[in-house]
Ligand binder design. Structure first.
Ligand SMILES: [Cu+2]
Length: 284
């Protein structure tokens, strides 16, 4: 028998759960960049020295001829949270739905501010401002958005344009996936997904920040998917760490965007070694 996980919801005591509570963003101060320089190895192994020298010369000439000398480096950093995070909101309506509540022993809460034990801030979307037309999404592995315990997991995701986003239902109840992009060209979706039903697969052709995914059957369920037209982005982990891999040389504006705390930017320059750029979000 298929469970609907209920349609009766008592959410009046917690109206924020019915809305997409995006606060206005605020911009923080720019943080100066710092560069990590790797030591250069400038000695060849001894023995057959001349022979090795010839090989290196041939390789160099070959690469120059093919125009293939191109460095890339990672942009790495840590997002730190300073202050007291606002209280998370209990999913009270979830616990009033017997099928959903059966999956919990205590009332789950939102995780809008994922602050780690050392003050790292997770779920910050970090990306290179204005870098477009470089998507490798069509050839990149899909990203999975699961529905489990009557919640979306994870709630903050990022994909490239034309990269597959797979929406899964791991629950034993019906969900509906209601997707409401705002950028023209990105398709809206409103699909019912039965328990054990086939995965839904979505793609978005246009870059857009924080596309809202919600479930109309369980109106506390939200996820936000950002779409980038390049592979140069990352989401900070539970320790606040992020890595944007293989960035071509150049000067960039690096953006750290938290859905509740807003954006910060920093100028970075990528040469031939990794760049470290940290951000701090302050809340009084
Ligand atoms: Cu649902």
């Amino acid at each position: 028998m298929i469970k609907t996980c209920g349609n009766i919801l008592l959410v009046d005591d917690n109206p924020e759960l019915l809305t997409d509570p995006t606060k206005p963003t605020k911009h923080g101060d720019e943080v100066p960049s710092s560069l990590n320089h790797r030591p250069m190895k400038n000695k060849l192994p001894t023995g057959n020295h001349m022979y090795m020298k010839q090989i290196v010369t041939w390789l160099t000439i070959g690469l120059l001829g093919a125009g293939q000398i191109a460095f890339a480096a990672d942009i790495v950093g840590t997002i730190t949270f300073k202050g007291t995070p606002p209280p998370e909101i209990p999913y009270t309506p979830l616990m009033q739905n017997s099928s959903c509540a059966a999956m919990y022993t205590t009332t789950p809460t939102t995780h809008f501010y994922k602050v780690g034990p050392k003050g790292g801030l997770g779920d910050v979307v970090v990306f290179l401002k204005g870098v477009t037309g470089q998507s490798t999404g069509a050839g990149t592995a899909p990203v999975v958005l699961d529905q489990k315990g009557c919640l979306y997991k994870p709630t903050i995701l990022a994909i490239q344009t034309n990269q597959k986003l797979i929406v899964r239902n791991s629950d034993s109840c019906v969900h509906n996936v209601h997707v409401t992009p705002k950028v023209p060209g990105n398709p809206m979706h409103n699909d019912v997904q039965m328990p054990g039903g086939a995965d839904l697969t979505y793609t978005f052709p246009k870059p857009e920040k924080f596309i809202t995914f919600r479930c109309d059957i369980h109106p506390w369920m939200f996820a936000w998917v950002s779409v980038f037209d390049s592979p140069y982005y990352a989401i900070s982990d539970q320790e606040g760490k992020f890595v944007i891999k293989n960035v071509p040389p150049g000067k960039y504006t690096l953006v750290a965007d938290h859905r509740k705390l807003g954006m910060q930017t920093a100028k970075v320059e990528v040469k031939d070694s990794n760049v470290t750029q940290n951000f701090t979000f302050h809340v009084k």
